[in-house]
Design a protein around this ligand. Structure first.
Ligand code: ADP
Ligand code: MG
Length: 155
């Protein structure tokens, strides 16, 4: 089952505010996939999610050499960035998605590089750059047991 909602933002702050609403609505166990080209705003959205979880957003950066960063707030935030993964085979022996059934919130940038290793039940947000600072956000609930409580979030 998959339901699509769309919205758009016109500034980095508005994208982060939407992320904060998502973070505030998280109960633990959610997986949020963030797709979109370089500079789309995936990390800005993640900073907002962190804020909504009571984490200082300045802690959230684009990991250069690490695939995963863990931040501790109201719930733990597992921030995964697969940008540097050339083949899903590289993920075979990593324990990257081990905690998705745990109490934390998992955010995955560049999920398409994870192939079949991705968790099945997700809120997938595709960020599509438009004119100037405008970003179109397409939200899809994926899997049999997706985090439906995140689909109606508004900043
Ligand atoms: P990504 O993680 O997708 O590569 P970042 O979040 O690191 O992207 O960077 C997004 C860039 O786009 C930042 O420089 C930000 O200031 C800019 N930007 C402009 N408009 C927006 C918007 N509406 N939402 C998010 N970022 C925006
Ligand atoms: Mg990024």
């Amino acid at each position: 089952m998959s339901r699509v909602h769309t919205r758009s933002t016109t500034s980095p702050e508005a994208t982060a505010d939407f992320g904060a609403a998502l973070g505030a609505a998280c109960r633990g166990g959610e997986v949020i996939l963030l797709s979109g080209p370089l500079g789309a705003g995936k990390t800005h959205l993640t900073k907002g999610i962190a804020r909504g979880l009571g984490i200082d957003p300045r802690q959230v950066t684009s990991p250069t050499f690490t695939l995963q960063a863990i931040h501790h707030g109201r719930l733990p935030l597992y921030h995964v960035d697969l940008y540097r993964v050339d083949s899903p085979l590289e993920l075979e022996h990593l324990e990257l998605f081990e905690e998705v059934d745990g109490p934390g919130v998992t955010v995955i940038e560049w999920p398409e590089r994870g192939g079949e290793h991705l968790p099945p039940d997700t809120l997938h947000i595709r960020i599509i750059p438009a004119q100037g600072d405008e970003r179109r956000l397409e939200l899809t609930l994926e899997g049999d047991d997706p985090p439906v409580h995140l689909a109606g979030c508004h900043p």
